[in-house]
Design a protein around this ligand. Structure first.
Ligand code: ADP
Ligand code: ZN
Length: 608
């Protein structure tokens, strides 16, 4: 072998230097070692196995569950001049045979495989006849308890070690708590592997969790003021809300498509393909969408419902800003989310319930924190002691906390009195109406206006009381009963009622101060980094890229990433040699597109 990783990095990928962690991992695998790699989304995991595959003799075999993306991944590699192919269930017999022949003839550098392929003995036999340089196991958390979609297939991957003890294996994932990390290691038989843990931080993502009042309106305002015409994902819990929100956005002139498991496979594939290829399209989806969505320019991820776990939240929000440019993780969260999740967490057997409750508590703690969200997230993933980030809502608009002890006592004693004096349980609406002293039909019907607590809560408004109840639920000082959301006391309630426990609460701020939002918008590098004269050039380059991508039927970023076009527009190279020094312009792309890029730069207005 006479090429080095650095040489491949420059020549094939056109990058100047390795990112944090990459070189160490690559050197270790090139030398034949096993590796378990934890690196955040967008950190550059792919190079960690692609370069060893190019440097070591033989074919690199990449196991990935992302069947829908294999074509794009292979196209992107081919555009770099890398000989890549894939085998999965979407192919016809002839196509598969062709790839198998290439593999056997040693004409591939990289072969992507769906995990279920490896459970087919014929595939194992095929691999045994070839020469393998490295096994890469992508999305390795699929092997863990909570990543069960592809779990059986992933569990079978432990066989690779027995069959190919001499071939190095590298497992990669973006999201893992120390527990998941251990599980990956033991299930995949990676006990000899060196562990590489890159920081989990995604500094370019701005985290924001806002109290939910009118979710549709809030979403619309968020999109219009912060991300007009940009690509993003909106997550909802149910299929029906996915449909409704997508329709709502379209009605408001925003390009959006729905995605959930209830749509037929063809529609889903079509919507995903549009999302990957078009600029500025929004996908409204359940968590069925996004497994490894490899689109670098997703500018925001919005949650209209509370995710079930911090792992899920971090993975979903991590799909934003893979290109390193600023992106937003925005969530609207309210009382109903807590009620619904507390209820869902009551289902299933004991062990399942306990796990759900732990996950939910961690998620709620993140929502209700008065400290930096990023510090809390990093802490959750085992990276302790980081500094407040300055790029999340709580850093930018520190929430006030207030002594909610008396307010909490009012709520709890209302629930207590309903139970003791009337043998009744009610949901939050009735409890708040009683506190506010509202003589609604339902209040009068039940004679609740004669309770001693009737009207004792006139010092706060309706929304504020909902906020109090939400936080009591989040803190476990109040619970909901499974079927209809009735409020009940918990073991911890008594101490509050007896005045033995204080209840600090967070004051909800419905929106950050105007000035802050404006300042933030100004600091967005997409807008700021491009000098005025480069902006139209960038647009010209984008138009050129769109036409080339369309002609070839590939996503635009396969031709060049935004970051590369941006650099070209700013530096305005006039020769091929100069162009070749731009980050992301490798040998192959220079040969293929160099002249066209220079013409587009020189062409000024004529290109359109
Ligand atoms: P991950 O799989 O970890 O989410 P990728 O491997 O897709 O991330 O890399 C994210 C982006 O960063 C890609 O666009 C990739 O081309 C780019 N990238 C990776 N390594 C480097 C590097 N050393 N220099 C410049 N860009 C890089
Ligand atoms: Zn912060």
């Amino acid at each position: 072998m006479d090429t080095t990783p650095t040489e491949v990095l420059h020549r094939v990928f056109g990058y100047d230097s390795f990112r944090a962690g990459q070189q160490e991992i690559i050197d270790h695998v090139v030398a034949g070692g096993d590796a378990l790699v934890l690196m955040p989304t967008g950190g550059g995991k792919s190079l960690c196995y692609q370069i060893p595959a190019l440097v070591r003799p033989g074919v690199g075999v990449v196991v990935s569950p992302l069947i829908a993306l294999m074509q794009d991944q292979v196209d992107a590699l081919r555009a770099l001049g890398v000989r890549a192919g894939f085998l999965n269930s979407t192919q016809g017999f002839d196509e598969r045979q062709l790839v198998e022949a290439e593999f056997l003839a040693g004409e591939l550098d990289l072969l992507y495989l769906a995990p279920e392929r490896l459970r087919v003995e014929a595939t194992m036999r095929l691999l045994a006849k070839g020469d393998i340089s490295v096994f890469a196991i992508d999305e390795a958390h699929c092997v863990a308890q909570w990543g069960h979609d592809f779990r059986p297939d992933y569990l079978a991957l432990s066989e690779l070690r027995e069959r190919w003890p001499e071939v190095p294996r590298i497992a990669l994932t973006a999201t893992a708590t120390p527990a998941t990390h251990e599980e990956i290691s033991s299930r995949l038989g990676l006990d000899q592997a060196r562990h590489f843990v890159a920081g989990f931080d995604r500094p370019n993502i701005h985290y924001r969790i806002t109290p939910k009042s009118e979710p549709k309106k809030q979403l619309l305002e968020f999109l219009r003021t912060e991300h007009p015409d940009e690509s993003g994902i909106v997550y909802c819990l149910s299929r029906s809300s996915v449909e409704k929100i997508a329709e709502f956005l379209v009605d408001n002139g925003i390009a959006a498509v729905p995605y959930h498991a209830g749509l037929d496979a063809r529609t889903r594939a079509a919507h995903q393909a549009r999302f990957l290829r078009e600029d500025g399209l929004i996908v409204v989806a359940t968590i069925a969408f996004g497994m490894g969505i490899d689109k670098p320019d997703v500018r925001f991820v919005a949650h209209l419902d509370l995710p079930k776990s911090v792992e899920g939240y971090y993975q979903e929000t991590g799909r934003a800003g893979r290109d390193g440019l600023p992106a937003t993780a925005w969530m609207a969260y309210g009382l109903q989310d807590v009620v619904q999740h507390r209820r869902m967490a009551m289902e299933g057997d004991d062990a399942h319930r306990r796990r759900q409750v732990l996950h939910l508590d961690a998620m709620l703690a993140l929502c209700e924190t008065v400290g930096c969200r990023r510090v809390m997230l990093l802490d959750y993933f085992g990276q302790k002691g980081s500094e407040p980030c300055g790029n999340c809502d709580t850093c930018q608009t520190p929430p006030e906390s207030w002594d909610g002890t008396v307010a909490a006592q009012k709520v709890l004693s209302t629930v207590l009195r309903l139970a003791r004096e009337r043998r009744q349980k009610f949901g939050v609406g009735q409890v708040v109406d009683i506190l506010l002293g509202k003589k609604t039909a339902k209040v009068l019907q039940h004679g609740h206006d004669s309770l001693t607590v009737f009207g004792v809560g006139a010092d706060l408004g309706n929304a504020e009381w909902h906020g109090v109840v939400r936080q009591l639920l989040a803190q476990g000082l109040l619970a909901v009963e499974s079927d209809y959301g009735a409020l009940v006391l918990t073991d911890a309630s008594a101490a509050v009622l007896r005045g033995q426990r204080e209840v600090p609460l967070r004051r909800d701020t419905l929106r950050p101060a105007r000035a802050k939002v404006a300042a933030q918008a100004k600091s967005r590098p997409e807008a700021a980094a491009l000098p005025a004269e480069a902006a139209p050039v960038f647009e010209r380059l984008r138009a050129w890229r769109a036409s080339v991508a369309k002609e070839q039927g590939v996503p635009a970023y396969v031709i060049f990433h935004d970051a590369t076009l941006r650099e070209i527009a700013t530096r305005s190279p006039s020769t091929l040699a100069e162009l070749s020094t731009v980050n992301g312009v490798g040998e192959n792309k220079l040969a293929k597109y160099g002249e066209q890029v220079l013409q587009t730069l020189a062409g000024g207005g004529d290109e359109g």
